[in-house]
Design a protein around this ligand. Sequence first.
Ligand code: NAI
Length: 263
Amino acid sequence: ELSSARHAFITGGASGIGLGIADALAERGLSVTVADINRQSLDSVIASRGAGFCGVSLDVRDRKAWAAAKATSEDTFGPVDILVNNAGIGFNGRDVVDMDPETFDNLVAIDLTGVFNGVSAFGGDMRARGYGHIVNTASVMGLTAGAPGRGAYSAAKSAVIALSEALRSEMAPHGVGVSVLCPGLVMSNLDRNTTELGGQVEDVSHIKGTGNIGMEPATAGAYVVRGIAQNLPYIVTHPHYLDYVEKRMESIRASVDASTPIP
Ligand code: NAI
């Protein structure tokens, strides 16, 4: 279905993974609407890309703004065939009990509800047209959630995976594909942007300094293109993390086996 797609709409598309996806889809001949809260990044992306790019200001938390962004993008490039709900902020390394409630709410509003808002804005049209693909960006931290200091982030990303799985089964009969992107470490501006947007970030330099260098966003973009072309349910860019997912399943099974009979 990628071959007949013409227009992709990508949130958080002005930086990092979103921009990697935007460039990869543009390379396949699609027109791209890049939607982002950061006007400066948007302007520089639009200035450096060709006429196939359109930039719209959008805060994914703002439902009214979604309607306006949709209208602008469709006036420019026609109906949206591929929606990528990718905008997000990172985690702050605080234990769940120490996290201030506003930070928690904000993270969920952007990383989870922002995805729902995108589906809500575009999904009905896609279903009615019987054509399209939705990619939601989660994380490996949504597939495996045990690491300390990432509780809220993992909770939001796990929920994005769950939402995407439900959406996939609901949309399949209508010819709309759904994939959930679960990346490991990718080189991006996530730390800087998270701080600028009022969040706090964990210092992950110790991870970056151990040879576990993040993937280039262009590579993540290539994974997404392949994932859309094959309508993969999960787009996993760092397969070694699947060991943790298996450990989680083992732990679930062990919990069942170890239980004494219910009286
Ligand atoms: P980034 O910070 O380079 O790009 C994110 C973009 O989203 C920025 O341009 C930012 O302005 C925009 N954004 C943030 N809040 C927004 C809002 N409320 N409305 C609209 N736009 C907003 O970061 P990156 O790493 O490219 O992040 C993209 C997605 O990938 C996020 O959902 C992140 O959680 C996820 N991710 C990133 C990983 C990494 O290692 N970089 C690993 C796994 C997942």
